[in-house]
Every structure is written in C-alpha cells, then in structure tokens.
Design a protein. Sequence first.
Length: 401
Amino acid sequence: MEPIQDTATRPEPDHAGPPRRIAHLDMDAFFASVELLDHPELRGLPVVVGGRRAVAPVAGDALPRLKDYAGRGVVTTATYEARAFGVHSGMGLMKAAALAPEAILLPAHFEAYGRVSRAFKAAASALAPKMEDRGIDEIYLDLTDLPGDSLDLARRLKEAVREATGLTCSIGITPNKLLSKLASELQKPDGITILGIGDIPSRIWPLPCAAVNGIGPKATEKLKASGILTIGDLAKADPAWLVARFGRSYGAWLHEAAHGRDDRPVVTEREPKSISRETTFERDLHPRLDREELSRILLDLCERLAADLERKGYRTRGVGIKLRYDDFTTVTRDQATPGPVADAASLRQAARACLKRAPLDRRLRLLGIRAGHLLTEAEYQEWRAQAEARRESGLFPELDA
DNA sequence: TCTGGGGTCCTAGGACCC
DNA sequence: TCTGGGGTCCTAGGACCC
C-alpha cells in the first residue's frame, strides 16, 4: 500500500518573521596587509605571504623573491598586485614563482595576525555586539536591532576597523548570511555592498556557482557537466533533479541557495568540536627506515595538542590520527579513549593504537593528531560523578580509586 | 614545480540495544 | 526459525571553508 502523506498541509520552512539585516565583514588581503603595516616601503608591489619558515637570506640587502624559494609550501595570502599575476591563496609556492618570479615573499607571522584579528573584532563588536567569528579575517554581524541605515552603519564599521588596525575591509549587508557573504566580495577591496531580495536576479544570478559559500570544486565541476554555470542557471534547475543528482540534503540546499534563501542565525558562541595538530615533513619519511624521526614528530605533536587542550580546558574521549602518503592520498584512524584524557602520554598511546591499524607500506608526507569528542571541565566533572556512581554500584569499575 | 594547517559538516555501514 | 524497526555510538572518508 502506498504511504499516504499530506505534503500540501505541511508548513513552509521558517522564512517567516521580520526581515533581518546581516553584515559580512571581510578584511582585505588580511595577512599581506598586516605585513605591509611593518613594511610600508613594499606598498604597491606584488607581495606574497607563505612558506614554511623564514626564507634563506639573500645576498646584500635584496628582498627575498618568490623565485628564490625552494621547498614545500603554499601561498597563504597575496596582495592585489600579486593576484594580478594569477597568484592566489592555496597555490603551491613553486607554481606561484613561475607566475610571478619577482614577487616579494614574506614568511607568515601568525602571532601578529592574531593580535590584529582580535583588534578588528573588538572594534566591530563595540558597534554591533551580535558577532559571529568566522575565522581570523572575517565575521558576521546581526544589525537587525541597531538603529541607523545600513550604509551609515557600514561606514562606521569600516572607520572603526581602520582606526583600530590601520587596515581596510569590505562589507556586504543583506537579509541573510549567504547573500551578505556574496555581497562583501562584489566590491573588494575597501567596498560596501548593500543588497535586498529584489537585487538577486541582477546582482547574484550572473555570478558563477563557485561564488556561493558551500559550492566547492567538486560540485562546480558536476554542475558544469550539466551546463549549469551561473547561480541563475542553478536557480532555474528543477529541485527534484538537483536532489536526484546531489542527494536529498545538498540538492535541496543548492536550490535554496540559488534563490538567496538562508535562515541561519548569527551564532555568537560556540564550543569547539575538535582540536588538532598536524605537520608536513621537509621530506617524505619512511615508516620503517625513519621510525625514530617519526616517533619524535608524533611525540612533539602530542605534546603540542596536550598543551592546547590544557590551555583551553578540554579533555578528549576520542583520538584520531591522519596520515598523508607520498602520493597525497590520506587516511584517518580514530579510536575512543577509555576515559577523558588531556595529557601527552595518553594521547600518544591512543595515537599508536590508531597507527597500528593504518597501512604503513609507503612513504609519508604528513602526520596529524586530533582530539575529538571534547568535554568541558563541567562535563568532565559530570562524567566523573557518573563513573563514580557506577563504580559504587559495582557495575563498571572504570575508576580505580 | 605539486598541493599548509586549522577546522566543520555530511554520509554510510556495522555494532549494539530495546 | 527466516525473522521488524528505531535510536545511538563508533569509525572512515570526503567536501568544503578560512
């Protein structure tokens, strides 16, 4: 018998409620711009930030050039002058050097970026306290309850950020996060873009699908294969076809996204789900021949992860490792720990158990360790109380004393 | 000349329990 | 004797983002 379900009376998804006013604020070429604060003489030149460690000093007082770099590493950020050569973040440095050999290469200074990041977020949240942290160089702000028109608010935000950091940013303001993220990209750098729902056909639909946050390389290729190039093409696609092609969840989301619909709230607080450390080796290491070196690296990763857990006040109940082989294939192995732990020795013990279950027959280029299933101090105390109760009832003697 | 390091979320199968 | 179905946890992999 056919299941009977009255879909016609099911309520619409919750798009109701008063329209919101959401800002996305994105720092312009963030890492490179911070570097230029220290090296104003490099303004206007193509500059790339990246590389694994300080570039070897070059003869005389010449600046380190991209062409002088040899080794593993990717572009972390490029100035707009460097981007003009086709260089972009994530690109291998060797490839970038082929495109812009004379570009200046600066090593990354993550402590400095962290300081400037905290400064711009403090300045923005002083004006708009409902702030969602989206990483080191971007935030969402919920401006719905603030007085003043959007253009004026955007100008005040940019001025506050500039005053606090000396840097420019780009801002998009629309009724939701998805559109604001798209809007902030439209007039970079140093831009303000304010859009309403009515602007979607003219401003959003001409953009390529890949401009949408959540449509990556794989989905872009798949869409392209069906002749869907722009967000407008995607908006015209049959939702049932999208679901059949991309799955129930992602297919339905693609349809909603193309029409600029997005209910996600601005989330001001969040507990981390996992904390990890990983490293790519200078040269590929053999699991057997380079056993001692790998062992030292694992211990170092465990100690750094333990320090992170300690500093942030978490314990983990699930440890995982990540291995990347010389052919760039990646495997992971996970293992639940007997109880919540945060010390390096316990992390290493769990990591070694994971390693035993992984193929170790070819050279490795990366080793990583991750602490998942995190417990806050309060959750840990609760776990302990429950374990104690079980122990006293004699059911599960997980606690020794 | 290959491709960093830190994350989130989703899917999917099997174990296990009720 | 031929066997249901839901819920949750564990594990592995993959897409995606900054």
